[in-house]
Design a protein around this ligand. Structure first.
Ligand SMILES: C[S@@+](CC[C@H](N)C(=O)[O-])C[C@H]1O[C@@H](n2cnc3c(N)ncnc32)[C@H](O)[C@@H]1O
Length: 242
């Protein structure tokens, strides 16, 4: 059931109610229908949500011009065409939004998803465009209809997802036919594990799956094909839906 927030507007494209562009799946009880235990999941996530929210003020200062240039180059390889509907999973403050928006154009649509409320708000404030929406939700329980997105891209976020298997499975469900799930980092798996270990706290043990583990996850999540690159300076995994 979809609960309409006061003053909210139902958005048929993403199947949710949108108020001022920000959809608060948690606040309005819109959660994955296949997630029986939504309250405990949110409770367990609190430390991590607070950790990321505490970084909201300085977050945008961390992206360097070099990062954005490299990102732009990699996203070109992913081939995001005009008119596509793209989900940016773990969008933070929307670092990817501009790059994605330039590619999908006026007729495309971008939905950022993040479970940290302050980051989600900031993303919305940073990008008040008619074809960008932001949803506050957990990656494992994406509250969208089947066949919604052409591409789901998760940049710098996948290791933080507590339920990676479910995330991949759910992503497959909400992708359109021949849709793609893209997991992207501008460093390799080992380097990223070191970075998280140095950061400590709730992200201390957050890791990307190794190639074999990710391939198994793609297979269990009903993807039919995948490419995985894990180099020193790039982790790029693409799962293809039938
Ligand atoms: C390292 S940040 C990257 C943010 C953004 N993609 C960027 O590159 O600036 C990881 C993001 O994932 C979000 N995140 C972590 N676990 C999540 C989950 N289970 N569901 C949704 N978002 C999550 C965090 O709130 C944070 O915004």
């Amino acid at each position: 059931m979809i609960l309409q927030p006061p003053g909210g507007k139902y958005c048929p494209l993403i199947g949710l109610c949108v108020r001022n562009g920000l959809t608060r799946a948690r606040a309005y009880g819109i959660y994955g229908q296949d997630n029986e235990n939504r309250t405990p999941v949110l409770m367990n996530m609190n430390d991590k949500q607070e950790f990321f929210d505490s970084l909201a003020d300085g977050w945008d200062l961390d992206s360097t011009a070099e990062d954005l240039e490299r990102l732009s180059h990699v996203i070109d390889q992913v081939n995001i065409a005009p008119g596509l509907t793209v989900c940016d999973l773990g969008c933070g403050t929307g670092v990817l939004f501009d790059l994605l928006r330039r590619r999908v154009g006026e007729n495309g649509y971008i939905v950022g998803v993040d479970f940290a409320p302050r980051l989600a708000h900031k993303a919305r404030r940073n990008f008040p465009f008619h074809n960008i929406g932001v949803v506050e939700a957990d990656a494992c329980c994406l509250p969208f209809r089947e066949n919604t997105f052409d591409v789901i891209i998760s940049y710098s976020a996948f290791p933080h997802f507590a339920r990676q298997d479910e995330t991949i499975h759910r992503a497959n469900h909400i992708l359109k036919r021949e849709g793609r799930l893209v997991i992207l980092h501008l460093s390799g798996r080992d380097e990223l594990a070191r970075i998280h270990h140095r950061a400590g706290g709730p992200v201390d043990y957050d890791q990307l799956p190794d190639r074999r583990a990710l391939e198994d996850m793609f297979a269990r999540g009903h993807f039919v094909r995948w490419d995985v690159i894990d180099d020193k300076n790039l982790y790029l995994a693409i799962g293809y839906k039938e």
